[in-house]
Design a protein around this ligand. Structure first.
Ligand code: SF4
Length: 469
């Protein structure tokens, strides 16, 4: 089965990346537009990073800081919780998504709150908080423009930084006409943004609590830091009396001064901006308000214990690996069927559910472009490669792939068999009728022409060059 979003925004459990990608590329024009839109963001990232002379040193520093923090995560969590509580925040720890959702609901329920505004939290997507709260009578409004667009369409985000990047402005115009009453056919981004602003303003004023994600949490000070471009996290956390900040355990940095390293890398890697428009530090609740910080594990400790895949916990969710990935750009975020798509999602998804996400590590050309742009130097393509080996070891490859690999192994083991196979292919393939040569078995030929069969083998070519020289 493939993994389209369901009406509640949930993703299906078992993912067939190739089948879902085939549906996305069926709209050729849109697939090309998606590819180019993300490539434009990638080029902005290149220009922004090239303008920082010590960019590579910053990446080294970030990778070092993350490795150090992860090696002492328990200590830093204790320090953070102590300092945050000393500043008047309530710190809650959740083992998994169910506990996280129950804690958030408990805070709302105890105070009789039924209207929540939300901003900037992939973690709550991971925990499927929206449907959980809505089933219990809480109205949840996502306030980032892209998030609100996909929420109105009952879809999850298709990208972690650009949640509605798969939609054209005409599609958003249609949606707003239907949902927000804008004029039919209006697709001017300025008009649409203004309509969204008016609609969200009302939701902000009505909200009784605001929930935000956390980009960084500082152990030394007990503060949390949220970065947004729209200022909506600030509205959502300061207008209502109750602010709930939800974070994964990996969001910690040891000291306030470490932030400088990550803030210089984050916006440039994400969108090519020198800095995010709003970077807000929350140290304790506002006067007369409440600040609850929910710290979630949800499988992260298990990943931390894994010597191969623990580095992927360093991710600062900038999305650069998605924007550069030739597979992501051409197959769209929904083809991954996981909350975090792209190269990093293809590592995190199988870590959570290896059988359900077994196709994701193969959704990569292993070109290494993701590792090249990652600001915290996660060796993404090596981890994807490691996942492939792990899936083979666990017997999770489909039988067709196993059979093909066995056959290829047998042919490559015996030189005479390899030569014979080449001889047959060189004669047989050009003689096949097109219908057969481009049949269902030839996945390559669905999108492109096969190269002409060479007349000589590589050995013959090599010998003739050697004899001539
Ligand atoms: S893996 Fe690296 S490039 Fe990808 S989102 Fe995370 S930090 Fe950014």
């Amino acid at each position: 089965m493939s993994a389209p979003p369901s009406a509640t925004g949930e993703l299906e459990r078992t993912v067939d990346h190739a089948a879902a990608a085939a549906r996305f590329v069926a709209d050729d024009a849109k697939a090309h537009w998606h590819d180019q839109a993300l490539w434009w963001v990638r080029k902005k990232r290149d220009a922004a990073s090239a303008a920082v002379p010590d960019w590579e040193a910053l990446r080294d520093a970030a990778a070092g800081l993350k490795a150090h923090t992860l090696s002492r995560l328990g200590d830093y969590l204790d320090e953070f919780a102590r300092n945050a509580e000393a500043r008047g925040a309530h710190v809650h720890f959740a083992r998994d998504a169910a506990e996280h959702n129950a804690i958030v609901h408990g805070i709302l329920q105890e105070r009789g709150i039924t209207r929540l505004v939300k901003s900037k939290s992939m973690l709550t997507e991971e925990c499927h908080l929206n449907p959980y709260l809505e089933a219990r009578g809480v109205t949840v409004t996502d306030t980032d423009l892209g998030e609100r667009i996909v929420q109105l369409r009952h879809e999850p985000p298709s990208h972690i930084v650009l949640p509605a990047i798969h939609l054209k402005k005409e599609e958003i115009g249609e949606l707003f006409h239907r949902e927000l009453g804008t004029a039919e056919g209006a697709s001017d981004p300025k008009v649409l943004t203004e309509a969204a602003r008016q609609h969200l303003r009302q939701r902000f004023l009505e909200a009784e609590a605001g929930l935000t994600g956390v980009n960084f949490a500082i152990a030394e000070t007990g503060g949390v830091v949220v970065c947004t471009n729209e200022g909506n996290a600030d509205m959502g956390s300061t207008l209502p009396r109750v602010h709930i900040a939800c974070m994964g355990v990996e969001k910690l940095v040891p000291r306030r001064e470490d932030l400088a390293v990550f803030l210089r890398l984050l916006a440039r890697s994400a969108t090519g901006q020198p800095v995010t428009t709003y970077t807000t530090h929350f140290h304790g609740p506002r006067p007369d308000g409440e600040l609850h910080i929910v710290v979630v594990d949800n499988g992260r400790s298990r990943q931390l214990a894994d010597p191969v895949f623990r580095r992927s916990l360093s991710c600062i969710r900038c999305g650069a690996c998605m924007n550069t990935c030739p597979v992501f750009r051409r197959s769209g975020g929904y083809s991954y069927g996981y909350i975090v798509p792209g190269p990093i999602g293809s590592i995190l998804g199988p870590a959570r559910d290896p059988a359900g996400h077994r196709t994701l590590p193969f959704a990569s050309s292993l070109c290494g472009s993701c590792s090249d742009v990652c600001p915290v130097r996660i060796d993404l393509h090596h981890e994807l490669w490691a996942w492939r080996k792990e899936l083979v070891k666990r017997g999770l490859l489909p039988w067709r792939k196993r059979a093909a690999m066995k056959l290829a192994g047998a042919v490559l083991r015996f030189a005479w068999l390899y030569r014979l196979a080449g001889w047959v292919a060189r004669r047989l393939v050009p003689a096949l009728p097109r219908r057969l040569a481009y049949g269902r078995w030839n996945a390559w030929g669905r999108q492109r022409e096969l190269p002409p069969m060479p007349r000589q083998t590589f050995r013959q070519l090599y010998r003739s060059h050697r004899d001539r020289s």
